[in-house]
Design a protein around this ligand. Structure first.
Ligand SMILES: [Zn+2]
Length: 115
């Protein structure tokens, strides 16, 4: 992959990470380094109006948390090497795919195979 492509992917991952962290903090999660602490304690429950609202919020925060972990893992792969290598077949993931989906762990063929 070209350095320019890597740089632009890194920038979009970092932006994504910052935006996810803002949303997580807004939702009552705490972040230390790469660790996100999501605790649905009393104070958190009080901030939600109703149980249905709370479960929606939990689902939302869990989704943010999961995406955040993917973004952090992708940035780690960029730093440590191994970024852009399919975790299933070990071939290179097309850079168009990575630009569209920087957190992709699988090449398109493997992704399609897994449905
Ligand atoms: Zn593959």
């Amino acid at each position: 992959m070209e350095q320019a492509t890597i740089d632009s992917i890194r920038t979009s991952l970092e932006n994504e990470r910052a935006s996810l962290e803002r949303q997580l903090l807004d939702s009552g999660a705490s972040i230390e380094g790469d660790q996100v602490e999501v605790s649905f304690d009393e104070g958190f429950a009080d901030s939600a109006q109703a149980t249905s609202e709370l479960s929606e919020l939990i689902a939302h925060v869990e989704q943010l948390h999961a995406t955040h972990s993917e973004v952090v893992a992708a940035l780690a792969r960029l730093d440590e090497g191994g970024y852009g290598i399919c975790e299933s077949c070990g071939s290179r993931i097309a850079s168009e795919r990575l630009e569209a989906l920087p957190i992709a762990r699988l090449c398109l063929a493997c992704k399609q195979q897994r449905g």
